[in-house]
Ligand binder design. Structure first.
Ligand code: PMP
Ligand code: GLU
Length: 431
């Protein structure tokens, strides 16, 4: 018998046709498959925390494995209270627990926001890979705002104002993600205040994606909600600072003036995912309670990321690959433009070819900047410096570096593979 013919008409929604699996998840799966096939792969493509979930939070999950009931759509009240408290304590924001919405990852909440709010999406190029595809799926217009390398690829208040001036009454959501995925750069308080002024003038919804906020390398993250409280929604979750990407827990913190928007998102949530996993929500309460163990975990994670980020950044610069200085999170955004001539002799003319060939020839996985909205011919890419054993790095830090500056030996002990990857890149580029 021949193959049975598909009896269902091929009729994908227009907005979905042509979309591919999200670039971050695709590189993760590809790197893993190559590794399983026995190839040595340096996994600098996917952005996942290298650190284990802190013990008090894991313990809380153990204790709550029996929680089996569906929870309230907006989330577990003690968790929303704990998050509201955290924002009061850390960012001096007055947050009512009623203005906190829990979801299965902040990614899902970002999607719901775009679904329920009728407005254009405004994002800088480069931006995290999923904002624009989400907008396209729900049929929103995307405005990519130009940025410049000299300004570390950050949004400027002037560029946002110029865009808004073209049609001042248009509803818009501006996403400000800092510390940034993919650049690792952040914003000064002065710059945040100026962006807040523009947002107020044009009545923008500001979505502050602060998921890497706790991983500001000096622990000095400032939420823009302080300067534009009436129009800022803060987005965050457990995925990055708490090492729990796979737990799928994110949240939005709304101002009271936008409670109608939270309520609208909750209606859609109630018709789709219902509520976020109960054991995970109970465990997450522990992640937002004041606890010296968590403070310690965070300050160590920051110290390690800061040191490694700086080390790789200076190695890259030593062979003429420029990137913004890392200030938070775990990404670098290297520019290989200095090698354009050499690369083009090898048939490499854009970032996708560059990343494909590096993966094939030296096993180094990066993500091309095209996936972050940069022009396809630009030779920039994202490097996630997370391919090391975070548990071991924390242990070495504790045992040997409690009162000592981190040094080359620490890199040799904890992330020699990743440092080798940078050297392999250098040799591959220069030879
Ligand atoms: N925003 C940014 C900038 C991210 O890098 C990620 C990646 N996880 C997310 C949002 C979504 O995170 P999650 O859904 O795990 O909360
Ligand atoms: N945010 C991570 C990244 O940028 C991966 C997770 C995801 O994209 O959902 O690599």
């Amino acid at each position: 018998m021949g193959q049975r013919k598909n009896s269902v008409r091929v009729d994908l929604n227009l907005n979905i046709r042509g979309l591919k699996k999200s670039a971050t998840l695709a590189i993760n799966e590809k790197s893993r498959a190559l590794q399983q096939a026995g190839k040595k792969i340096y996994r600098l493509g996917f952005g996942q925390s290298p650190f284990p979930v802190p013990e008090p939070v894991v313990q809380a999950l153990r204790e709550n494995a029996h929680q089996k009931d569906y929870l309230a759509v907006k989330g577990l009240l003690p968790l929303r209270e704990a998050i509201a408290e955290t924002y009061k304590r850390r960012q001096q924001l007055s947050v009512d627990p009623e203005d906190v919405l829990i979801g299965p990852g902040s990614k899902e909440l970002l999607f719901l926001l775009q679904l329920v709010y009728y407005g254009d999406l405004v994002i800088p190029t480069p931006s995290w890979v999923s904002y624009a595809p989400q907008a396209l799926i729900v049929g929103r217009r995307v405005n990519w705002v130009k940025t410049h390398q000299e300004n570390d690829w950050r949004l400027t208040p002037e560029e946002i104002a110029a865009l808004c001036e073209q049609d001042p009454e248009r509803p818009r959501i501006v996403i400000l993600n800092y510390p940034s995925n993919p650049t690792g750069a952040t914003y000064t308080v002065e710059r945040l205040k100026k962006i807040a002024e523009v947002a107020r003038k044009y009545k923008l919804i500001l979505l502050a994606d602060e998921i890497y906020g706790e991983l500001h390398h000096s622990g000095q993250h400032v939420s823009i909600a302080r300067f534009y409280p009436e129009g800022t929604i803060v987005s965050s979750g457990l995925s990055k600072w708490c090492g729990a990407g796979g737990w799928r827990l994110g949240f939005f913190v709304f101002p009271e003036s936008l409670r109608w928007l939270l309520d609208a998102m909750a209606v859609v949530a109630s018709e789709t995912f219902t509520s976020t996993s109960a054991p995970i929500q109970y465990a997450a309460v522990a992640a937002f309670q004041q606890n010296p163990m968590l403070e310690d975990y965070l300050s160590k994670s920051r110290r390690i990321l800061k040191f490694i980020g700086k080390a790789i950044h200076s190695q890259l610069e030593a062979f003429d690959v420029k990137a913004p200085k890392p200030q938070g999170g775990f990404y670098l955004f290297p520019n290989f433009e200095a090698y354009r001539e050499k690369l083009s002799q090898r048939g490499i003319h854009d970032a996708s070819q560059l990343c494909d060939r590096m993966l094939d020839e030296i096993g180094v996985a990066l993500l091309p900047s095209y996936d972050f909205g940069r022009p396809s011919t630009e030779l920039t890419a994202r490097l996630s410096y997370v391919d090391f054993d975070g548990a071991r790095a924390l242990e070495v830090l504790d045992k040997e570096y409690a009162d000592k500056e981190l040094d080359q030996r620490f890199l040799d002990l904890c992330c020699s593979d990743m440092m080798n990857a940078t050297m392999l890149m250098r040799d591959w580029l220069t030879n």
